[in-house]
Ligand binder design. Structure first.
Ligand code: F6P
Length: 320
């Protein structure tokens, strides 16, 4: 059993990270284990920016987006020297295990760190992209999808008023998950994702036919990994001759107060992570499978590419 652990958030922030850190901290304190908070992702580990946390340190944060610990993408941690310095800094404080809340890249760093140093590490999937293999869910993806739907609802009003085509570019890095779920729930006519080929000529012909039949407006959601909204919008305008506008949500979709789903899921994952790391387990990521919390091998999680549910792709076409 470990008696001192640390928790950090890393990579792009996501709504619900605070709820996860709160759950890790309070579960560990409840078990009589010391908890350190590392500020600014792996930077904090290298720069010795860590503090021992009390229950009060994590009060008043469950409702907040972002991450009160701060986060970063840390180039220095990508080097063996950087990782050895991080390990020394943890050792100096008697920290025996680490919980990392982050996306694909952060968990990959954690996997290498645990392999090289042997320090126990438990990961939690924290990213709006929902691209961590082995889990159907990542912390923040629900809030981000809801933010996108809110934007879609507003875009529909103005698109309908002007009989326009609206192209909306959303985040997701190489994953089409956010575009797909937001597109389906927002009633979008076309959803472009990196996981599926598309033919813009065909789509434009289809758009013209729809307008000829009386369609008032069209909404196309483009995952950033499938192409740039601006470029696609330009082509659509040229090929259809129809009034077209492009919107890019950008970092708005990464902020905001987390939804109930993100708060509850992050809390459940955080509790599991704390209990696991305290009992000396390592190299696992906690995620969800069919609504249940499951543990996934950390190295499998980072070495496999998550696929977009084909059911979503089929449904999107049927309902368009
Ligand atoms: O991984 C989360 C994410 O928001 C991606 O969807 C996006 O591609 C990227 O981070 C943006 O990174 P940054 O905040 O560094 O611009």
């Amino acid at each position: 059993m470990l008696n001192s652990i640390a928790v950090m958030t890393s990579g792009g922030d996501s709504p619900g990270m605070n709820a996860a850190v709160r759950a890790v901290t309070r579960t560990a304190l409840h078990a009589g284990v010391k908890v350190w908070g590392i500020r600014g992702g792996y930077h904090g580990m290298l720069d010795e920016d860590m503090f021992e946390m009390t229950s009060k340190d994590v009060s008043d944060i469950i409702q907040r987006g972002g991450t009160f610990l701060g986060t970063a993408r840390c180039k220095r941690f990508a080097t063996p020297e950087g990782r050895m310095l991080g390990y020394k800094n943890l050792n100096d404080r008697g920290i025996q295990g680490l919980v990392v809340v982050g996306g694909d890249g952060s968990l990959r760093g954690a996997s290498i760190f645990s392999k090289e140093t042997g320090i126990p590490i438990v990961g939690l999937p924290g990213t709006i992209d929902n691209d961590v293999w082995g889990s159907e869910y990542t912390i923040g993806s629900d809030t981000a999808a809801n933010t996108i739907i809110d934007a879609i609802n507003k875009l529909r009003d103005t698109a309908s008023a002007h009989r326009r085509i609206i192209v909306l570019e959303v985040m997701g890095r190489n994953s089409g998950y956010l575009a797909m779920v937001a597109g389906i729930s927002g009633g979008s006519e076309y959803i472009l994702v990196p996981e599926e080929e598309y033919d813009l000529d065909e789509i434009c012909e289809d758009m013209k036919e729809s307008y000829a039949k009386g369609k008032r407006y069209i909404l196309m959601v483009v995952a950033e990994g499938a192409g740039k909204g601006n470029e696609i919008g330009k082509i659509v305008a040229e090929k259809t001759g129809l009034d077209t506008r492009v919107s890019k949500l950008g970092h708005i979709q990464r902020g905001g107060s987390p939804t109930v789903i993100d708060r509850v899921n992050a809390s459940r994952l955080g509790e599991n992570a704390a209990l696991a790391i305290i009992s000396g387990l390592s190299d696992i990521v906690f995620g969800f499978d069919r609504g249940h919390v499951v543990s996934i091998n950390l190295h499998d999680a980072v070495n496999n590419k998550k696929k977009l549910n084909p059911e979503f792709m089929r449904l999107a076409k049927v309902l368009a």
